[in-house]
Design a protein around this ligand. Sequence first.
Ligand code: CDP
Length: 244
Amino acid sequence: MTAPTPPSSPRIRSARGSLVVAIDGPAASGKSSTAQWVAQRLGFRHVDSGALYRAATAVALARAGETFDEGTVLSFLGEISLRPMQHSFAPIWKGEDMEELIRAPEVTRLVSRVAQMAGVRAWVDTNVRKAAEGRDVVVDGRDIGTVVFPDADLKVFLIADPWERARRRLTQRHGRAPSDAEIAEETERLVQRDARDATQTVQAKDAILIDTTYLTQAEQVERIVSLAGIFRGGGQGSGTEPAG
Ligand code: CDP
C-alpha cells in the first residue's frame, strides 16, 4: 500500500516559524508511543496532551478524592508544571515526575470526566501551545488537529480495531501476551472510554487516516515520517526506538 498524499502538502515553513505534526485518535490507538518515536526520528519534541489531562486527574484525586468538581480541579492545576526533557515534556508535581502516577488505573477510569471540564481543556490547550512555541513538535491527543493546532503542518488520525488496541495496551502494561478473557474485558473499558471521549475525538478534514490494525509500530512510524518528509525534504533520522 502506498502512503496517501496529504490534501494540503506544506512545502515551506508555516507562518508560525516552527512545525507542528498533530497525531489524534481514540484510546490506545498507539498515538503517544508513535508520536514519541516520530519526534525522535524528526528531531522534534513530543508533547503528550493526554498526559496533562491525566496529571490534572491524578492531582485532583490525590487532593480531594473521587468527588471533585470542576472548581476543585481548577484550584489544583497551578501545582502542575511541565519540565522540558531531551525529546519530550514531563508533567511535574511536588518536584516529582508524574509518569507512574498518571498511568494508574483509577486515573484512566476518571480522566474522561476531567477532560469534559472546559477550564481544564483551556489549561491543557494553553500549556500545549506554550510547549510548542518556537520549536518543532509532534503533539498527540484527540483534538490537536481540530482545536489546539487547526493550522498544524501535518495531521494524522490513527485508528485500530478495538480488540487489537486492547491487546496492545495489555501487552505494553504487563509485558506478556494477554488471555482472550483479559482482552475482552479491556476492549469493553476502551469502548466505554471512546464513548465518553467521543465529543472531542474528531478527525480534522485535512487529516490523513491511518488504520494501524495490521501495521507494526515501526511501519506506522515510517508512514508518518515519510509524510513529514514532504516538508522536511525527506524523512531522516535513526530507526531506533525512542529513549523518552
Ligand atoms: O493513551 P490513551 O489513548 O489511553 O489516553 P491519553 O492520550 O493518555 O488521554 C487520556 C484522556 O485524556 C482521554 O481518555 C481523554 O479523555 C483525554 N484527552 C482529551 O480529552 N483530549 C486530548 N487532546 C487528549 C486527551
